[in-house]
Design a protein around this ligand. Structure first.
Ligand SMILES: [Fe+2]
Ligand SMILES: [Fe+2]
Length: 275
């Protein structure tokens, strides 16, 4: 396969017709057979991939270039997801404004060519695939969580996620009930993932204010978690945080399986845990 075909496969599996702004081929390659795939790949890992004889390094998270510079664009997926769950468009738009600003300023500050320049010097094919793989992971999560009985307890849903999704059993982290009590009923549940990064306090609040009882994030900063806890812990609302490494692996493993079906030899590292 070549790098275009590999990116095309990820898009096809995620049902996306266009390449999301946070995914990029930094250095293209042909006749790929041996692939090293990890959550984060920097300069040292590229050198490692080269010396170990890999034909291609695939990172999950953006590692520079347009994938980092235009990252803010994918945050807009939150708006679509919120509106789909019943949040009014205006509220949804407002909920992502701070994240958009952070992402734009952060990208503008970054050394966006650091890691891609090393791939060019090494002449090592290198790409990152972010949103397409998170979309695969979101579907697996939603397939369990959004179909669960609303009368189920939060504790019950956590157990169900662990039962149905082996990555949660293999991870060294536990699924965290960040807001709410284990005995609470889950009610209406939404999986908020596959939109660049978590929506923090404002996005979870928008869901809670519009009839969603349980929000699932894969990660959430301590400051946002604290605000949500202070505001919603007494109102029967729940925030379940499934864990970054385990949850990113949820989307990466089905992709690896498809690559292997096509004759690729794939090595997991840098936080990709098997399913
Ligand atoms: Fe991810
Ligand atoms: Fe991630």
């Amino acid at each position: 396969m070549n790098t275009d075909e590999i990116m095309g496969l990820a898009l096809e599996l995620a049902g996306l017709s266009e390449l999301p702004a946070d995914s990029q081929i930094y250095y293209p390659g042909e006749r790929i057979r041996k692939i090293l795939i990890g959550l984060d790949i920097g300069s040292a890992e590229l050198q490692l991939a080269k010396s170990l004889g890999f034909d291609l390094a695939i990172a999950h998270h953006p590692q520079g270039g347009s994938a980092s510079l235009n990252f803010a664009q994918v945050l807009r997926t939150h708006v679509r997801q919120m509106v789909q769950a019943g949040v009014p468009l205006k509220v949804a738009e407002e909920a992502i404004q701070e994240r958009l600003f952070e992402a734009r300023v952060g990208a503008h500050m970054s050394n966006y060519d650091h890691v891609p320049s090393i791939a060019r010097l090494l002449e090592l094919p290198f790409m990152n695939i972010h949103t397409p793989l998170d979309e695969l992971g979101r579907r697996r999560l939603a397939g369990v969580a959004e179909k669960a009985d609303p009368e189920m307890t939060v504790m019950g849903l956590v157990a169900l996620l662990k039962e149905k999704l082996p990555e949660f059993r293999h991870a060294q982290t536990e699924i965290d009930i960040r807001v709410g009590q284990p005995q609470n009923r889950i009610g209406r549940t939404v999986v908020s993932h596959g939109a660049g990064t978590n929506g923090g306090y404002p996005v979870a609040k928008a869901y809670f204010d519009h009839d969603i009882d349980t929000v699932i994030y894969i990660h959430c900063a301590s400051s946002d978690s604290k605000r949500l806890r202070e505001e919603f812990a007494q109102s029967g609302k729940n925030l379940i945080v499934t864990g970054h490494i385990a949850s990113d692996s949820l989307g990466i493993n089905p992709f690896i399986k498809e690559l292997e079906k096509r004759g690729m030899e794939v090595e997991r590292f840098s936080g990709v845990i098997p399913g």
